[in-house]
Design a binder for this molecule. Structure first.
Ligand SMILES: Cc1cc2nc3c(=O)[nH]c(=O)nc-3n(C[C@H](O)[C@H](O)[C@H](O)COP(=O)(O)OP(=O)(O)OC[C@H]3O[C@@H](n4cnc5c(N)ncnc54)[C@H](O)[C@@H]3O)c2cc1C
Length: 503
């Protein structure tokens, strides 16, 4: 192994990380400011190899159609659907951006990355059946959820998703909702296609390049220390100047913000949660399932460990995925380090992390019990959904690593957040996206938020340019039935998804 020194390079923008967040931000920035110079540094030998890889996430195009954690019961018994509406509006922007990129021949054939798969919610027991009925009533008042169907009839549920009913006692109370406008997305393909296009328009995409350090220059820009490793493990260390840095490093984003030393990152910590899925490749089982069926999370479990039985379409092949089974590991990335969690501790985040632990004992218990669970117990979780499942037909996949946000809270000391959050320096010269969910599905909306925080003076100039990609930007589809219908039909046609209400 030899260590050498490389030359100094200068860019307007450096995107750290080769996942869907950097890819999407690169696409937006190149569209807005084609003359800006952009470099991408990815530490691994390939792009989209961490959370954005197809088999490292569940591929759900999160649109609020099936996830129970996006709706809640209010004290007066009505159902709050605000979060589901917000996620759906965000996903409509993703659909519009991807449709524009398909039309511009950037994302290739839509079926290579997005496919129609109905989204279902399945519950059992009288109380949950009643909740689901009221939830369906509240949701279908919005044009965004107008396609959602409800049934508490086992035969109808069995027609929608035969595996749910095979071997199940039909006399127990059960109910399901189904929305045929749902989708399965291969975020790895989206990421790679975006980067392939960015390279054709002059973006410097460097693999095996890790950003190891950064400090501010006197003019407010950043000097990054980038270490390139070749196949023989020779290392070249170079300095790179950038006016704007996006720490699109997934679970390592906080580490970069801590290296940058910006005060806005103070008080943030991360809780890493590992995950595994069960995968079935038996064609006889696969052909009887065409849905993403979400259930209820176990008590105390984080919402993203809500079990689901999912049709996946990757590389043109159908499979079924079940999970996730949460576990614990101190790594913040799948290919991270066992020292990630201890090395992220700072005097300002130890308190919030300790309080979060105290406030979330059921979660700690869940992680311990899931780790210790026998194979038989894990299969019995699958059989809650698919009672006739044959253990030998399922194999294990290690999913991506989640790094959930923990932050200081004036009342509770420290809280665990399940969403994503943009953390940006006050002068907008560096920013990151922390957290994981709904994540990749809503990347465009998250990054639009980041752009408005980091480039406020460009807002007026950029708005019409952004509307070329996402025509309804700035307007609420939930409040405009005609616009909602027109937009959903148009993007469904371009992306090959199921549209409801087409004339
Ligand atoms: C189990 C699981 C299930 C999920 N299911 C869904 C789902 O169904 N739907 C959905 O929308 N979202 C889902 N998500 C979330 C989604 O996968 C993420 O939100 C998204 O992939 C994050 O993209 P990213 O670009 O931020 O990070 P990543 O894809 O992790 O990319 C970060 C990249 O940065 C690189 N990197 C890190 N540090 C450095 C450095 N210092 N220098 C250079 N490179 C660096 C890494 O190697 C990596 O390639 C799921 C996530 C998990 C873990």
């Amino acid at each position: 192994m030899t260590n050498r020194q490389g030359p100094l390079a200068t860019y307007d923008v450096v995107l750290v990380g080769g996942g869907i967040m950097s890819a999407t931000l690169g696409i937006l920035l190149k569209h807005l400011e084609p003359s800006w110079s952009i470099a991408v540094y990815e530490r691994l030998p390939e792009l989209a190899a961490e959370a954005s890889a197809a088999w490292h996430n569940a591929g759900t195009g999160h649109a609020g159609l099936c996830e129970l954690n996006y709706t809640s019961e209010k004290s007066d018994g009505t159902v709050d659907i605000e979060k589901a509406l917000r996620v759906n509006e965000q996903f409509q922007l993703s659909r519009q951006l991807w449709a524009a990129l398909v039309e511009a021949d950037i994302l290739g054939k839509p079926q290579e990355f997005i496919n129609p798969v109905p989204h279902m919610t399945f519950v059992r027991g009288a109380a949950d059946v009643d909740f689901l009925r009221r939830r369906h009533r509240a949701m279908t008042e919005s044009p965004l959820f107008g396609a959602m169907q409800f049934s508490d009839d086992p035969d109808t549920i069995g027609e929608w998703a035969p595996l749910l009913l095979r071997g199940r006692d039909k006399t127990e109370p059960m109910a399901a909702t189904r929305d045929i406008t749902g989708s399965d997305v291969d975020f790895g393909v989206v990421t790679r296609k975006m980067f392939a296009h960015l390279e054709t328009v002059g973006v410097d995409v460097r693999l095996r390049h890790e950003v190891r350090g950064m400090r501010r220059n006197n003019d407010g820009s950043w000097k990054l220390r980038v270490v390139a490793t070749d196949a023989t493990d020779d290392r070249i260390s170079s300095k790179v100047d950038a006016k704007f840095v996006f720490a699109g490093a997934g679970g390592w984003a906080l580490k970069l913000l801590q290296k940058a030393g910006i005060p806005e990152a103070r008080g943030y910590g991360l809780l890493p949660i590992s995950g595994r899925f069960l995968r079935c490749d038996n064609p006889a089982v696969i052909e009887r399932h065409d849905a993403k069926v979400y259930g209820k999370a176990p008590i105390g479990a984080p919402p993203m460990s809500m079990p689901h039985l999912d049709t996946r379409i990757v590389d043109g092949r159908r499979t079924i995925l079940f999970g996730p089974y949460a576990g614990s590991s101190p790594k913040f990335l799948r290919q991270g380090s066992l020292l990630d969690a201890p090395a992220s501790l700072r005097p300002h985040n130890i308190g919030p992390l300790a309080w979060m632990g105290r406030n979330n004992l059921p979660l700690a218990w869940l992680l311990i019990t899931q780790l210790a669970a026998t194979q038989r117990r894990k299969i019995s979780a699958l059989r809650e959904f698919f009672p006739a499942a044959v253990a030998g037909e399922w194999s294990w996949i290690t999913a991506g690593q989640r790094a959930q946000i923990v932050k200081a809270d004036p009342v509770r000391g420290g809280v665990l957040e399940f969403g994503t959050e943009v953390v940006a320096a006050q002068d907008g010269s560096i920013a990151a996206v922390l957290g994981a969910s709904p994540g990749a599905s809503t990347a465009p909306a998250i990054l639009l938020d980041l752009l408005s925080q980091c480039f406020p003076h460009y807002r007026t100039l950029w708005a019409p340019r952004l509307r070329q990609l996402m025509p309804t930007l700035g307007r609420s589809l939930a409040d405009d039935e005609v616009l909602a219908r027109r937009t959903m039909i148009r993007t469904a046609e371009i992306l090959g998804l199921t549209a409801v209400g087409a004339d």
